[in-house]
Design a protein around this ligand. Structure first.
Ligand code: SAM
Length: 282
């Protein structure tokens, strides 16, 4: 299926040519590292399981590289781009694709519920690395009708997203991602697949959004308050970190006892299930 996709912008020559023709330079501040590898574009489109008519939100289309792959696969693409210089470029590079809508703006500020409506959609993006975590948290916490998120992220971020309890990578991002989705690393992408080449390794991660969260938290806000407290002061025991985050000593002791948890444990050793049991006991 994806063999039929010919993302022509995804080459060093085409990308350099487009940037030169529009007198542009990739902006470091905006996290602009353009994909120049057609196989990676096809890999992302394939991982997203895009079929004709799928609604896709793309974050940061850049000069349209991934957008073209999505459009060729028949997706109905809405692409939000912050760089004011790019809509003019996109009008050229994506001319002829009637299934792409470019929305100028900041992904953290646009009203996504209004933009995307109530029907299910997928998120596909080569994310700007300087704001990966806020974007992912916003998309997950807003409870939008997203079925799958397939994004290019820094390898180290993907390791945090998929980390299990006990290690240094396990943190609030791991808990949030795994609470809402089933994350899976699907593709390793070297720096040479981008122009300019980033200083870090990248991977494509596919997160299938769960129909119900992974664990039953009676009060989600309480669940995430405990999680944030736990990882806000990682070196402390969870009980001490919670005290530091404003929980009362007595309520902490009662909750640990009711949850059957050892008060000497560090937050980074708790599974999602244990966080939920503790939050439910509070
Ligand atoms: N999709 C293109 C590709 O794969 O070649 C470009 C990816 S580049 C890593 C990230 C893109 O996100 C850039 O085009 C950048 O201008 C855009 N961007 C940065 N911050 C943004 C924000 N807050 N909202 C929307 N787009 C943003």
């Amino acid at each position: 299926m994806t063999g039929d996709i010919h993302p022509r912008i995804a080459s060093r020559e085409a990308t350099s040519h487009i940037l030169k023709a529009f007198h542009l330079r990739a902006s470091k501040r905006l996290g602009q590292n353009f994909l120049i590898d057609g196989a990676v574009v096809r890999g992302i489109v394939e991982a997203a399981g895009v079929v004709p008519g799928d609604r896709v939100l793309e974050i940061g289309p850049g000069i349209g590289t991934l957008t073209q792959g999505l459009a060729e696969a028949g997706a109905d693409v809405t692409a939000v781009e912050l760089d004011k210089k790019l809509p003019e470029v996109l009008a050229h590079t994506l001319a002829g694709y009637g299934n792409v809508r470019i929305v100028p703006g900041d992904i953290l500020k646009v009203d996504l519920a209004e933009l995307m409506g109530e029907a299910p959609f997928k998120v596909v993006a080569n994310l700007p690395y300087y704001i990966t975590t806020p974007i992912l948290m916003e998309l997950l916490e807003r409870r939008l009708p997203i079925t799958r998120l397939v994004t290019m992220v820094q390898k180290e971020v993907a390791e945090r997203m998929t980390a299990m309890p006990g290690g240094k990578d396990y943190g609030a991002l791991s808990v949030a991602v795994q609470y809402y989705t089933e994350p899976e690393i699907v593709l390793e992408v070297p720096p040479k697949s981008f122009l300019p080449a980033p200083e870090v390794d990248s991977v494509v991660i596919s997160c299938r959004v769960r129909e119900k969260p992974a664990v039953a938290a009676a009060d989600e806000r309480m669940f995430f308050r405990v999680v944030k407290a736990a990882f806000g002061q990682r070196r402390k025991t969870l009980a001490n970190a919670m005290k530091g985050a404003g929980f009362q000593k007595e309520e902490i002791a009662r909750a640990f006892e009711a949850a059957g948890l050892d008060a000497g444990r560090r937050g980074e050793t708790l599974s999602l299930q244990e966080f939920a049991v503790l939050a439910n006991a509070l």
